[in-house]
Design a protein around this ligand. Structure first.
Ligand code: ZN
Length: 60
């Protein structure tokens, strides 16, 4: 079952607000719609190492 709410992939440059849809294309511009959930944790997050270092320091 696919019930996730999608959002226009290019809404930031195409619309002045997020355009949500249940379809796989944006109803306003016809562009692709993508999952609106926040991106999963990125192991290559360039700031991750800094955050982890901070956390280590706090726990010492
Ligand atoms: Zn759109």
């Amino acid at each position: 079952m696919k019930s996730a709410i999608l959002v226009c992939e290019a809404w930031r440059s195409t619309h002045d607000r997020p355009v949500y849809t249940f379809a796989e294309t944006c109803p306003e511009c016809g562009g692709p719609a993508v999952n609106s959930a926040p991106a999963p944790y990125n192991p290559e997050d360039p700031h991750g190492e800094y955050r982890r270092a901070l956390k280590r320091r706090e726990s010492e």
